[in-house]
Design a protein around this ligand. Structure first.
Ligand SMILES: Cc1ncc(C[n+]2csc(CCOP(=O)(O)OP(=O)(O)O)c2C)c(N)n1
Ligand code: SF4
Length: 291
């Protein structure tokens, strides 16, 4: 059920933290709102939920929420989140990370957290840039984009974080732009309920550091850009298989959105618990040896 912003703010956010650091038109506020809607729909116990982040504008989010949070070091959110979950598997662990934090400096942690299938939900805010430090090129910056470090346009092919999460084997992967309110909420809910690594990537505009250099300075331009550049996974696959040559050409530069993966897989914490149970000293000796 969708709740109004005032109700969510009073219930979940720290008053003392307002006003937020976010610029006008920044999509990080939408990400926070969708997360709160999902949490409220699931009825999560906030005393048993921990929010973890790295460094960046998006990584400021745990500080706004009335719950335990860890605002850690750049790129290390997943390492800290792994520690929290392993230390207390009963906790629900939600990570906020930026595209720089997750795919740049934190890229190695990203790969290995997925490989282990640690049972956490990662909400990655992809604004195509390093927002907090003024708009440098990121591993996700689209080709041709102007950034402070690519003044003539980025020539680097970008990383696709969701495709990567899917290929490495994350059991839940979904991607949406913040212009779609319903689907991100449902994906965050699905991610939190999944036993294992859930990755929800949300495209969110950064008008200040990225937008003003790329003719996306205001919210209408940014939201229109998403309308023009995203395509549902099913439509993408249909056109690739059955589309005309012209339709296939129209796929160039399009960003796929939708649920990329939704499968069941034994999580790292479940595997650890089974191992610990098999080693318990109160078991009869033969059983311990057999295990
Ligand atoms: C070890 C380290 N290197 C570099 C920085 C500088 N730094 C702070 S935030 C940031 C990039 C953040 O980008 P992203 O994760 O995409 O978050 P956004 O600000 O765009 O939300 C960088 C490089 C840092 N804080 N620590
Ligand atoms: S710099 Fe960009 S990402 Fe950071 S708060 Fe401003 S608009 Fe948002």
């Amino acid at each position: 059920m969708i709740k109004d912003a005032e109700t969510l703010r009073n219930k979940y956010l720290r008053d003392a933290m307002f006003p937020t650091i976010f610029c006008d038109g920044c999509g990080i506020g939408n990400v926070l709102q969708y997360t709160l809607w999902a949490i409220d729909n699931l009825g999560l116990d906030m005393d048993r939920t921990v929010f973890v982040s790295g460094i960046g504008c998006s990584s400021r989010l745990p500080g706004y929420i009335k719950a335990d949070g860890l605002h850690t070091t750049h790129g290390r959110a997943l390492a800290f989140a792994t520690g929290v979950k392993v230390a207390n598997p009963d906790l629900t662990v939600i990570v906020f990370t930026g595209d720089g934090d997750c795919a740049g400096i934190g890229g190695n942690h990203f790969i290995h957290a997925i490989r282990r299938n640690i049972d956490i939900t990662v909400i990655a805010v992809n604004n195509f840039t390093y927002g907090m430090t003024g708009g440098q090129v990121a591993p996700t910056t689209p080709i041709g984009s102007i950034t402070t470090t690519t003044p003539y346009g980025s020539a680097e092919p970008p990383f696709d974080m969701s495709e990567m999460a899917k290929v490495i084997g994350a059991p839940y992967v979904a991607r949406w732009p913040v212009t779609y309110p319903y689907q991100p909420i449902k994906s965050i809910e699905a991610g939190v309920q999944k036993r294992g690594f859930a990755f929800v990537e949300l495209f969110a505009p950064c008008p200040t550091a990225y937008g003003r250099r790329n003719k996306l300075r205001n919210i209408e331009q940014a939201w229109q850009w998403y309308r023009d550049h995203v395509i549902l996974l099913d439509d993408y696959e249909r056109i690739q298989r059955f589309g005309s040559a012209e339709e296939k050409r129209s796929l160039v530069g399009k960003l796929k959105i939708g649920v990329f993966q939704d499968v069941e897989k034994r999580s790292f914490t479940d595997a650890l618990e089974e191992q610990i149970a098999s080693l318990r000293v109160d078991k009869p000796e033969p059983e311990r040896q057999a295990a």
